[in-house]
Design a protein around this ligand. Sequence first.
Ligand SMILES: Cc1cc2nc3c(=O)[nH]c(=O)nc-3n(C[C@H](O)[C@H](O)[C@H](O)COP(=O)(O)OP(=O)(O)OC[C@H]3O[C@@H](n4cnc5c(N)ncnc54)[C@H](O)[C@@H]3O)c2cc1C
Length: 500
Amino acid sequence: MEKKKIIIIGAGISGLSAGIHALLKNFDVEIYESHNLVGGQCTAWHRKGYDIDGCIHWLTGSKKGTSLYSVWETCGALSGETEIVDHDPISSYIDEKGDIYYLYSDIHKTEEELMRISPEDKKEIKHFIHIIRAFQGMNPPTEKPEEMMNKFDMFRFAFPFILKMKKMQFAMSLSVADYAKRFKSQIIRNLLLSSTPNILAANAMFFMLGLRTTGDGGWVQGGSLRFVQRMQQRFGELGGKLFLNSNVKNIVIENNKATGIRLGNNDTLIKADYIVPAIDMYALLYQLLNNKYRIPYFEERFSDFLKYPLISTVLVSIGVKTNLGHRPHSMSFKPSREVIIGNVTHSFITAEHFAYDPAFSPDGNTLVEFLFPDFNYEYWEKLREKSKEAYKEEKKRIGDLLVSELQKVYPETEGKIELLDVATPLTYNRYCNAYKGAYMSFLTIPGNMQKNYKGTIDGIDNLFLAGQWVMPDGGLPTAALAGKFAVQRICKCENINIKF
Ligand SMILES: Cc1cc2nc3c(=O)[nH]c(=O)nc-3n(C[C@H](O)[C@H](O)[C@H](O)COP(=O)(O)OP(=O)(O)OC[C@H]3O[C@@H](n4cnc5c(N)ncnc54)[C@H](O)[C@@H]3O)c2cc1C
């Protein structure tokens, strides 16, 4: 019997995951990617001998034995040979006197450290540790999409949440900023505030700490690009066809059914039995589907960014000609001067170095990154519209400012700067077609927990959505799962067993 053909649009994590899962179910698979390399937002770029890692800062499912690890294993991204680095301490804060305070992977050590800092916060510290424990081992369901779960599956998934419901609700009810205020100690507040974007619901911080204190959420040796290139290799080995530099202009719909795609370069029509877009949702709805389909779920979200914030980033990367391996991997501090980025003043800045991995820098040198959350795409857009020079100058100002801050906190970097690279939300828009440069889907803020989207569009058959946008808050694991779930939805249509 002739194989059914699936076209996937986009070779990010989600598109490649969809492609690999579809090949494992014996479909004929083609992926069309507009860029000249795979990975989408999971990427790195090479400058002056350094590899600037533009993505993985912690990977959920890096721990063997977790259900997400099996998904990464199926995708070829992780195997027994992949080295994972679990940085301990998780994060550090250095005060004006040069004293350093830590959050550790060992939850007992963290408790001791916080008690050392502020015994008068004992009650709140106990509560903090209690909530972290509640978040340990919490993972999204990875086996199948929600609508395919029976009562038993639902119970299995929901049971741990029900047991911890009160703690979960508490963590979702207030922002990181408000949560930090519960501590009397300014040092503890600063440690927490520098760990997670402050407007997010505190569950984001507890989720991260729950992971990191159980040996999950590690760094992958070799970084983001090699991670995704292993998926590309797996896709190729299974017989998938990948077309790079192939921008998809639109999706062809005939009689309410997706039947193919048209490429932007030459208008070529390519037919298939199923189409799986694994791209930015705004681009899909308003460009590839020509704004013809009303989806209240997305319309609501795209029209209210206060309730459904989209996060982008300003990523400042600095290559230094010295080994910073003796310094904590992640160090937050109060800058000596005002650090204003995109109209926002940052009270704390965090330097993360990559000295643990030779893949990122020439021998004996170190790559350092400052990653600033950015919610103000319009600021960058206006600046760029004003003039190319103004945009370039602002990037230079930010870069120089952070070099000088780095030199203050790590004096051994003085006079040893070899590389300075600044990426803004416009960079992520330009390279990944990401709406407002967003690198995650809609984020959870206090009192507004995100819901998954169902993965299909009413009025279009044979179109199954992948990509992080159907599973907010987004991120690498949900991108991979959304790809797998899109294929399981196709399997259901074809009466194929959905189990992997
Ligand atoms: C600085 C930074 C740090 C991050 N840190 C982490 C982290 O530590 N942990 C974590 O889990 N996640 C992290 N993320 C988020 C993670 O990178 C994303 O969630 C994930 O990569 C999204 O994958 P995706 O496949 O859904 O989408 P994308 O990566 O956006 O892939 C979409 C692909 O589609 C292509 N495309 C778009 N339009 C078209 C078209 N018309 N035709 C053809 N191709 C098209 C794009 O070029 C792209 O390759 C980070 C992201 C950034 C930027």
